[in-house]
Ligand binder design. Structure first.
Ligand code: AMP
Length: 187
């Protein structure tokens, strides 16, 4: 089973993916976490991508897709995979389709966490991660609007996208997500 978490920075994708993964024993693949790990450990990849993360820009598709393919390969025989922060461009979405097709897998559900820009910015500033500075946040929103938003349409047209009100408490968003998964008979 493959579930994608979609939504702007600050929507709660990571928080919700972790909760769901823990509850049902699913694998959580977060490209942002993987990139930050490489930066902290100063790997070759970490050195290559640092400038993008520091600026709030997207890491090039070829680098990102390679990482995700390796991760999916690793977990393809498990109960389920949650993708958090990937895909973020239409190219990534199309490449993901290819990768999954070759592994005989498919996307079962795309959860779109809807939050206003104001609420998302408030959360990011409260979180205070290295790239949660006003300037970087603004850039990440721009990147989202420009490059990630079109993916919503892509999945919506396929009938696999479900919208969740991401402005509720963490517990209520989680409950909504669990209800959707039950309704879709995915858990
Ligand atoms: P996140 O933890 O999802 O907010 O991601 C943090 C940063 O990692 C982003 O601002 C991008 O620089 C980079 N990143 C994460 N996921 C992707 C992706 N799918 N494509 C390109 N860049 C990404």
């Amino acid at each position: 089973m493959i579930i994608i978490f979609l939504g702007p920075p600050g929507a709660g994708k990571g928080t919700q993916a972790v909760l769901l993964a823990e509850k049902y024993g699913l694998k959580h693949i977060a490209t942002g976490d993987i990139f930050r790990w490489h930066m902290q450990n100063n790997t070759d990849l970490g050195k290559k991508i640092k400038k993008y993360l520091d600026r709030g820009e997207l890491v090039p598709d070829d680098i990102t897709i390679k990482i995700v393919e390796q991760e999916i390969q690793k977990y393809k025989n498990t109960k389920g995979i949650l993708l958090d922060g990937f895909p973020r461009t239409l190219t990534q979405a199309k490449m993901l389709d290819e990768i999954l097709k070759n592994m005989n897998l498919k996307i079962n559900l795309v959860l779109y966490l809807r939050v206003s820009k104001e609420e998302a910015a408030r959360r990011l500033l409260a979180r205070g991660r290295h790239d949660d500075k006003l300037e970087t946040i603004a850039r990440r929103f721009e990147e989202y609007e420009e490059k990630t938003r079109p993916i919503r349409e892509y999945y919506y047209e396929r009938g696999i996208l479900v919208e969740v009100n991401g402005e509720q408490t963490i517990e209520n968003v989680h409950k909504d997500i669990v209800d959707i998964l039950k309704e879709k008979k995915l858990i």
